[in-house]
Design a protein around this ligand. Sequence first.
Ligand SMILES: [Zn+2]
Length: 387
Amino acid sequence: MSREWRIKSALIVIALVASILGGVPLYRHRHYRTPVVAGPGVTKVIKLSEFVPSLKGTMADADVFILEGKEPGGKVLVMANTHANEPAGLLATIIMIENAVVEKGTLILIPEFNNSGSLNTKPGDGYPLYYDIPTEWGRVRFRMGNRDASPLDQWPDPDVYIHYPDKKLFSYLDVRNTNRTWPGRPNGAVMERVTYAAMQMMRRDKVDIAIDMHGAETMFPVTNCIVAPDKSAKIATLTAMTVKAMEGFDNHVEGSPSGFHGLSHREIGDFSETLPFLLEAPIPFLDQPTGPKTVKLLLDGKDPFLLSLSKKKKLFVSYDENGWPMEKRVGQHCSVSLEIIRQYSKKNPDKAIRIQGIPRYAEIVKNGVGHYFHDPRKADPKSVYHE
Ligand SMILES: [Zn+2]
């Protein structure tokens, strides 16, 4: 063998070894699932593909947990992991799936709305592949996801993403961003089909309230807030005032700009009778000027660079040595959702929704998120789902 061929062969071997070493953890991540115990309130579990059959069998299909009360009433849909790198909403919906009992009305929960986004991560940005939530009976491991759907599930990207139906131009990447593809269409890109499936569910089942749970950087002005269009603004304002007065945390209201298309808080309201609310809890992990993107930062939200920026008044939330821990973010999502439901029920007694078993802010901050998770080894295997 010539010297040139020896070098070429060695380079091929090095490339193969590097691909295998890099690829195996990503393959395992894509196929890892977290067991979730459907609690006593879950009456039915369906798939998003029921509304768009072409999603069936794809990694973009998602479980929809339905909790129906004995008494008829209003209907509320809660979606999490629209952006799968903002996991407080996922943890809040899992607390709801495992613990909520609906007395009146219906609670619909989609913990992994952008399921494909949860199956890839951002190794180039140094994201961890997993994070663990401690419980009294062990640790529960979750995948750390990405903002966008995986290119393995939706590819190639266009040069420019043209939003349907209003033809607004977006960055090419937003075609895989499930909060830019509302209201979607049945034969569009995969993420357009995901949002269309949710729209069809809201229209068919006459859902009254839709809550889309997110996280936002502390340096981004639209953080720690409820984003609401005009039709939801009154309930959002009453919610923000009540949680401040009764539970002691800030959560202001931001209006949904009428010309900013593709977002859940805009299009759900414009294309259905449903009242949309988008919840943003601060997530220091996503801020740019932080230390390494560790699991610790994801969970406790403590970062020395953000602390010094806070002293210079560069952040849009109050921030101190205590960071912004996951318990606070999950607690906010639970309390704000419950308060939106309560305010809606007060205004619409014939379509009231009454739910027991979901802890509020102070309880989650005190007990931790994992306190509300159930041990799948002790549960009836038929009630264990893999998310
Ligand atoms: Zn988001």
